[in-house]
Design a protein around this ligand. Structure first.
Ligand SMILES: Nc1ncnc2c1ncn2[C@@H]1O[C@H](COP(=O)(O)OP(=O)(O)OP(=O)(O)O)[C@@H](O)[C@H]1O
Ligand SMILES: [Mg+2]
Length: 252
């Protein structure tokens, strides 16, 4: 038997009803499997269903239940299709972290308070929450910025606060929708390196929706979508940087 996937979905469909006779089939039956410790990119043209899939995998939205084969969705070996909203919220708060393109920080709170909010949702409060949040800000290189509000931070710094918030409860899965979409290439590379480091050092699993080929190339595998379906989910060739030093030495 194959080892348990961290996240496994089958027959995932999502249809949006826009009017009495108009519907959009955002997902037309997707099967996807994410292994523990993987870093996976979801890529594809605009409107192909990437965010819809991410929202379903992150338990933010439910897949359609009313037509087609019954959808399946398992997280950490547990069937989550039939869970109540309260149970789904609980799993999301404690076991998952989210990063979005526009950072989604609360503007009236400081960086530290924004991170502490995620602790609060997970039921961690008081000094334990403060210590964990300080630690998370430290890990993303923002130890000195805890008292700044989002408006007093650069875009790259705001995204790092959002990453600290996503990681503070040590989730097994981090889902990110265009995490580098609003950043210039240098800031984007920093954020990517940070995510890759957490993936390698803490074994956390990342699923990143991205338009950026460089982000895709830095991942272990790319799930390519088109028209609400998965077209391909091949491993990224040469995901580990090739060591060129012997050749360099030979040339020298
Ligand atoms: N709430 C909604 N109501 C109606 N249609 C929606 C809704 N959300 C998404 N859609 C439609 O579903 C399809 C897939 O949307 P989705 O947001 O998943 O695409 P995407 O691949 O993330 O695109 P992008 O790269 O532009 O973010 C699109 O045709 C979109 O218009
Ligand atoms: Mg999208």
């Amino acid at each position: 038997m194959a080892p348990t996937a961290l996240l496994e979905g089958a027959n995932l469909r999502k249809t949006y009803r826009l009017g009495r006779d108009t519907t959009v089939e955002a997902l037309r039956g997707v099967d996807v499997r994410i292994e523990p410790g993987e870093m996976v990119a979801i890529m594809g043209p605009s409107g192909s269903g990437k965010s819809t899939l991410m929202h379903i995998l992150g338990l933010l939205h439910a897949p359609d239940l009313n037509h087609g084969p019954r959808p399946e969705l398992r997280f950490e070996g547990r069937d989550i299709v039939a869970l109540s909203d309260a149970e789904r919220t609980r799993i999301r708060a404690r076991r998952m972290g989210f990063v979005f393109q526009d950072f989604n920080l609360v503007p009236t709170l400081t960086a530290l308070e924004n991170v502490m909010l995620a602790c609060d949702y997970a039921g961690v409060r008081g000094p334990a929450a403060r210590t964990a949040s300080r630690g998370a800000l430290d890990l993303v290189g923002l130890a000195g910025r805890g008292d700044h509000r989002p408006v007093e931070l650069s875009g790259g710094e705001q995204q790092r606060v959002a990453i600290a918030r996503a990681l503070v409860n040590r989730p097994s899965l981090v889902l990110a929708d265009e995490p580098t979409g609003n950043l210039d290439s240098e800031r984007s590379a920093e954020v990517l390196a940070l995510l890759r480091r957490f993936n390698r050092e803490h074994g956390q699993t990342f699923v990143l929706v991205t338009h950026d080929a460089e982000v895709g190339a830095a991942c272990d595998r790319v799930v390519r979508m088109r028209d609400g379906r998965v077209r391909d989910q091949a491993p990224v060739a040469l995901a580990t940087p090739v060591d060129l030093s012997p050749r360099v030495a030979a040339v020298a």
